[in-house]
Design a protein around this ligand. Structure first.
Ligand SMILES: Nc1ncnc2c1ncn2[C@@H]1O[C@H](COP(=O)(O)OP(=O)(O)O)[C@@H](O)[C@H]1O
Ligand SMILES: [Mg+2]
Length: 338
């Protein structure tokens, strides 16, 4: 993005920031998005995470001006998407890669957009090359695989050389090679000072790509911060299987090991002590221990704890004080995994 492009719009602050403030969307009785506030900074890849049905797509559609919020605001470069003078050159988006005209060839498809955006046709060929579709440029999109459609959708999104990229579950349908390519591409894109907001229902999928995450559940924000903070909110613990969990729990507490949680199945999850120390307490109390397993801080566990809200193995007091904790809102009526 050149500075002259940024200056074209007076209302556009050129910051590359996405700011969502108290954003809310109701579909009838369904609270799809619930008082959601977060910011996405330029120069970073931000993961927008949540289980299926948690409100990711609805939020992104509001950011992109495709649907109106029930309440709250979403801005890009300081203004609502619809107020951007050259939205297609500020923001590139991949929301749904199913909408291509099946009879149209990929290159023809891109040329529709180069005309609309006012960029040279040569840009279409460059983007086809970038996403690895040069060899398939003359084929009809109807014969494309899902992964190829995702690549084509990304090529469309990049045509206007946007400052901000918004991608909804772009890894769907990509093979491992495609996912690795996308990861590097997004890192480079953000590394050049631009903004990436990428959604996924799988933390693992974006774990190696993102600098920051916004996690939503039931349409509400449950965590916002770096992966380091998310990981740091989880302490290592030891899972203990013993002959007498209740006596062992009492013995541990007497030994000043107070972070003891019952797990379904009668095991104890013990924090703040190592296996050796726990084994000694059990031995002193005369309780047989059948097994101990040390669990390291685990991002996936943190994610489940935040989004399921009822994941018993991760009590909320294990999070640091500044952590927002589990979802404050229960699932809205009619809400459920799809
Ligand atoms: N157009 C719509 N009409 C009614 N309900 C909708 C509509 N779009 C989404 N929803 C509902 O809003 C909730 C959030 O959906 P969505 O934003 O698609 O979640 P995600 O992208 O995280 O899977 C779901 O309960 C979904 O069924
Ligand atoms: Mg979605």
């Amino acid at each position: 993005m050149t500075s002259s492009l940024m200056m074209e719009s007076a209302a556009n602050d050129g910051s590359g920031r996405i700011v969502v403030t108290r954003l809310t969307k109701q579909f009838g009785s369904v609270n799809a998005v619930n008082d959601l506030t977060f910011a996405v900074e330029p120069g970073t890849v931000t993961g927008f995470l949540g289980p299926n049905g948690s409100g990711k797509t609805t939020t992104l559609r509001m950011v992109l001006g495709l649907i109106a919020p029930t309440a709250g605001t979403a801005t890009v470069n300081g203004v609502a998407f619809a107020q951007l003078d050259h939205p297609g050159r500020c923001v590139g988006a991949v929301l749904d890669s199913q909408g291509f005209h099946p009879g149209r060839k990929a290159r023809q498809h891109l040329l529709v957009y180069t005309a609309a955006l006012g960029v040279p046709d040569q840009r279409a060929d460059e983007m086809l090359g970038l996403v690895g579709l040069t060899g398939a440029a003359g084929r009809k999109v109807g014969g494309y695989s899902l992964g190829m459609r995702q690549r084509l959708a990304l090529a469309v999104a990049l045509l206007g050389d946007p400052q901000v990229l918004v991608l909804d579950e772009p890894a769907n349908g990509l093979d491992p090679e495609g996912i690795a390519w996308l990861r590097n591409f997004l890192k480079d894109f953000a590394g050049s000072g631009r903004t990436v907001l990428v959604s996924s229902h799988l933390l693992r999928e974006v774990e190696q790509t993102v600098d920051a995450v916004v996690i939503i559940s039931g349409g509400a924000c449950v965590f916002q911060g770096s992966l380091k903070d998310l990981r740091g909110g989880q302490l290592p613990r030891v899972i203990v299987a013993s002959a007498d969990a209740s006596t062992l729990a009492r013995a541990l507490v007497q030994a000043q090991i107070t972070d003891v949680v019952w797990l379904p199945g009668g095991q104890l999850a013990v924090g703040g002590a190592g296996a050796q120390q726990i084994g000694q307490v059990a031995l002193d109390a005369g309780i047989a221990v059948y097994g101990m397993q040390e669990e390291q801080a685990d991002l996936e566990r943190a994610f489940f704890a935040l989004t399921a809200g009822q994941y018993t193995a991760a009590p909320t007091q294990q999070y640091p004080a500044q952590h927002p904790g589990p979802p404050r809102y229960g699932p809205p009526p009619g809400y459920g995994p799809r």
